[in-house]
Design a protein around this ligand. Structure first.
Ligand code: GLY
Length: 421
């Protein structure tokens, strides 16, 4: 079935809270970006206190956390342990949120961001908008270890990587390329991508379109079905089509953060990402920003983030959390205060905040930890994070607001209708 991009614009008006819930179930949570069929049990309270070693991470740290935990047990460096968890996902082409297989920018080019902090030496390293190098967490560590700088970006970071022996690799997998093509073809009405006037199924918006005959929910189903059809036509594997459709409609941020504490009370933290899907080339979110995507002071604790990078940068989230704990707050209190600062930046306007997806992962030097989120998640699918203290588990994030965030962006016709009311 051919698809008119104009059909998408016409029918893109269709959304509702139910729609947001449905999409959120599969589009934004970290595991869904790494394995479309994966479901794991989430249990516990979202905060606690463990004896070191302990490792906490975003949920997509699950696969690598056994290795990271073992490295802590074996007395390996704390940052090496944290990076080992991130590297597991960077190397995995099925994780479309980081490294190889990450979703690309609007030009179809994968650009990666990462930063790290090493508690014992109080050093930091960071890279932003790096192309063609898969293991940017290690590259950030190399900036820390082998330069007098803290942050390198773009071409300079890439050249530095080659000088340090990092291999040049094509990071755009066939699957990520197919999903980018879906986005390109379906989401634009201002260029020549996608079927045009000569397409047999093209019809002028408003003339004999579906809007007159079907209700909002049916239009939404039609729109999603068209995207599924497009996914099939572009040969996206069947088990990835749900992910692909959601990624086209609601560009994910996908990221992995890891914070660790060892038996010597040493701490480190690391964050790595392919950033916001379909971003403007050169865009960096919070993940390469020391103090936003990641901050560690082993006198106090370590914290990191996934979610809306732009919102997190505006509150220097990870640094704010560590400073809150320095002044006596628990991990949960420190995280909630930071989420409230994001809410304050929107004057607590829930019409906007319902689109803000934000999670913080927090570990204090005494082994107290918490995962906090702006929204609790869809029914039966709570926001969650990974804890490994000898027992590996997923715990639900403690959330500021109940319910699921709506996936961003809201469709333009919905916005104009809302404005007209
Ligand atoms: N939090 C990841 C990003 O916004 O790029």
């Amino acid at each position: 079935m051919s698809i008119s991009r104009r059909d998408f614009i016409t029918s893109a008006a269709m959304t509702s809270l139910a729609v947001g819930l449905r999409a959120q179930e599969s589009s934004s949570s970290a595991p869904a970006q790494s394995s479309p069929s994966q479901t794991r049990t989430v249990s516990g309270t979202g905060s606690g206190r463990s004896k070191p070693p302990i490792l906490i991470s975003s949920a997509n740290g699950w696969n690598g956390s056994d290795k990271g935990y073992q490295m802590l047990k074996d007395g390996k460096d704390t940052l090496d342990a944290a990076i080992a968890v991130g590297k597991t996902q960077e190397d995995d082409p099925n994780d479309m949120s980081v490294g190889l297989g990450g979703l690309p920018n609007e030009e179809g080019v994968v650009e990666l961001d990462s930063c790290c902090m090493h508690g014992p030496t109080r050093r930091a390293g960071s890279v932003g908008a790096v192309r063609n190098i898969k293991n940017v967490a290690l590259l950030g560590q190399a900036v820390m270890q082998h330069t007098g700088h803290v942050m390198l970006v773009g071409e300079g970071a890439e050249k530095f990587g080659y000088a340090m022996g990092f291999p040049k690799e094509n990071l755009l997998t066939e699957r990520a390329h197919q999903i980018w093509l879906m986005w390109k073809e379906s989401n634009s009405n201002e260029d020549w991508w996608g079927p045009g006037l000569d397409d047999p199924n093209y019809h002028v918006p408003g003339e004999g379109g579906e809007q007159a005959t079907v209700n909002t929910e049916e239009m939404w189903e039609l729109q999603r079905q068209r995207l599924y059809d497009l996914a099939e036509r572009l040969h996206v594997e069947p088990e990835w089509r749900e992910f692909a459709v959601n990624a086209v409609l609601y560009p994910p941020h996908g990221t992995i953060h890891v914070s660790v504490l060892n038996e010597k009370n040493e701490m480190s933290g690391m964050t790595t990402t392919s950033g916001l899907a379909w971003k403007i080339p050169g865009r960096c979110g919070d993940s390469p920003i020391i103090g936003a995507g990641n901050y560690c002071d082993q006198d106090v604790g370590s914290a990191g983030a996934t979610g809306s990078g732009e919102e997190n940068i505006r509150v220097a989230g990870a640094h704010t959390i560590v400073e809150n704990m320095r002044h006596g707050m628990s991990p949960q209190e420190a995280g909630f205060d930071t989420l409230k600062r994001i809410a304050r930046n929107f004057n607590n306007d829930m019409n906007k905040l319902r689109y803000v997806d934000m999670e913080f992962y927090i570990l204090r030097k005494d082994g107290a930890y918490a995962g906090v989120s702006m929204w609790s998640g869809a029914p039966g699918r709570p926001r969650h994070f990974c804890v490994h203290d000898g027992s590996k588990r997923l715990e639900p994030c403690i959330s500021l607001y109940q319910g699921a965030a709506l996936d961003y962006p809201p469709h333009s016709r919905m916005r104009s209708r809302a404005a007209a009311k």
